[in-house]
Design a binder for this molecule. Structure first.
Ligand code: FE
Length: 423
């Protein structure tokens, strides 16, 4: 069974990334940032977690207001560094952990936390600014797999502090019921006190920041009762993102010990680092509780395998079939559609499709695509582009001719999702 070995929290700010990339370790004003992070680095060197659940917020870099979500779990294989306007920082991508992510997703949904999911998105300084000073990269690679959890804290209404704390408690159950024998650390980033917009820009409150570090350790329930306005009054409007720390804290035991804490205010944002470890060992019946929880997690799709010819589209299929689904989804744009029709082989190569994926599309292998992990709604787009009806696809998936399949319908009509037919 997976073990939570501790919780880490750290501020995130572009200043951290700047200080690291510009080698400011011995700079009188930026050097103390590294002193705050060094003991956390040591902790990671000693504990060597296999995986890290990493709670952060994006700064409207990869998550824009065309679709803004409260809690968005990363399910992908890999996450590169985002370009925030001046080119991406020179750091390797982090590896994801799709299997752990799928388990966490199912567990949280079972506990009635319905999430959004993302993959194929770069992560911004909310993730990478502390990351670059938290963990060494032996051999140029990050030493642990990451399951990122992005919290939408920028467009109100945002989750309450209480909701973040409860999500953390559910996250603990999710991690501790994961059947692999791995060590997991929970990291949260954000804050501390700062405001970066309006006439209130430049607000800080080091006294509150220090109180917050004690309260998150000893009395998180009290912090979970505070409103966003109370956080903003004490720590600046953008400082209210510290509610993300409550997700990390909720994933730990009620009683924890503070292994490390540091605070430094270089410019705009109070920079803090914190390491907490559980005070009590796991209860003797924890394994039985996890067993019951996993049974509840399995309930919703229990028996689905008995439905012949049915392929539930789940996180595993979504990750495996991402490239080919994306290629087919792109057919909704006229340029991509034209490229596919005029030069399919070039389009396949540009999209990086594997030989197997290329052959599935080239051969119009409708049942093969479904079995591979393409969702039906991409097939109907491909059909529309090819001038083929939905009914043709249904028939092909059943291994029938169009005529045979139409005889099973009340109406012999054919149709597709093609809007205006292009000339
Ligand atoms: Fe932030």
């Amino acid at each position: 069974m997976a073990r939570i070995i501790g919780g880490v929290a750290a501020s995130h700010t572009p200043a951290i990334g700047f200080a690291y990339d510009q080698h400011k370790q011995h700079d009188p004003s930026l050097g103390p940032i590294f002193q705050a992070f060094a003991p956390v680095q040591d902790w990671f060197r000693e504990k060597r977690p296999d995986a890290i659940v990493y709670i952060f917020n994006d700064h409207v870099t990869s998550f824009f207001f065309d679709h803004y979500s409260a809690f968005t779990l990363g399910i992908g294989d890999e996450y590169p560094v985002a370009d925030e306007g001046g080119g991406a920082r020179d750091l390797p991508a982090v590896k994801g952990d799709p299997r752990l992510a799928a388990h966490i997703a199912t567990s949280l949904v079972t506990d009635e936390f319905d999430l959004s999911y993302f993959q194929d998105k770069p992560l911004d300084h909310g993730f990478f600014s502390p990351m670059s000073v938290l963990l060494d990269r032996p051999g140029g690679q990050w030493p642990a797999r990451i399951v990122p959890l992005q919290v939408g804290v920028l467009q109100y209404p945002i989750p309450t502090a209480a909701r973040c704390f409860k999500l953390g408690q559910a996250l603990r159950r999710a991690i501790e019921s994961y059947p692999a024998d791995i060590d997991v650390a929970v990291v949260a980033t954000g804050g501390l006190s700062h405001q970066v917009h309006g006439e209130g820009a430049g607000f800080n409150n080091p006294e509150w920041d220090r109180q917050f570090l004690d309260a998150i350790t000893d009395d998180p329930a009290a912090l979970s009762r505070m409103t966003h306005a109370e956080y903003a009054r004490l720590g600046g409007f953008e400082g209210a993102e510290v509610i993300m720390w409550l997700v990390m804290r909720g994933a730990l035991a009620d009683r924890v010990r503070q292994v490390h804490s540091a605070y430094y205010l270089p410019s705009m944002t109070g920079i803090a680092t914190l390491v907490l470890e559980n005070e009590a060992a796991a209860l003797p019946d924890a394994a039985a509780a996890s067993e019951r929880h996993r049974a509840r997690m399995a309930e919703q799709l229990d028996g689905i395998e008995e439905l012949a010819g049915t392929y539930p589209f789940d996180i595993a299929r979504s990750v495996k079939g991402y490239r080919i689904n994306k290629f087919l989804h792109d057919l909704v744009t006229p340029e991509h559609r034209a490229r596919f029709l005029d030069e399919p082989e070039t389009a396949f190569k540009e999209a990086g499709l594997s030989p197997e994926e290329q052959e599935l599309i080239r051969g119009r292998d409708w049942p093969g695509m479904i079995r591979y992990g393409v969702i039906f709604f991409m097939l109907e787009k491909l059909a529309a582009v090819l001038g083929v009806s939905n009914l043709h696809v249904y028939a092909a998936m059943r291994g029938e001719t169009l005529e045979e399949f139409l005889q099973t319908r009340n109406t012999p009509a054919t149709y597709s999702v093609a809007g205006k037919q292009e000339e």
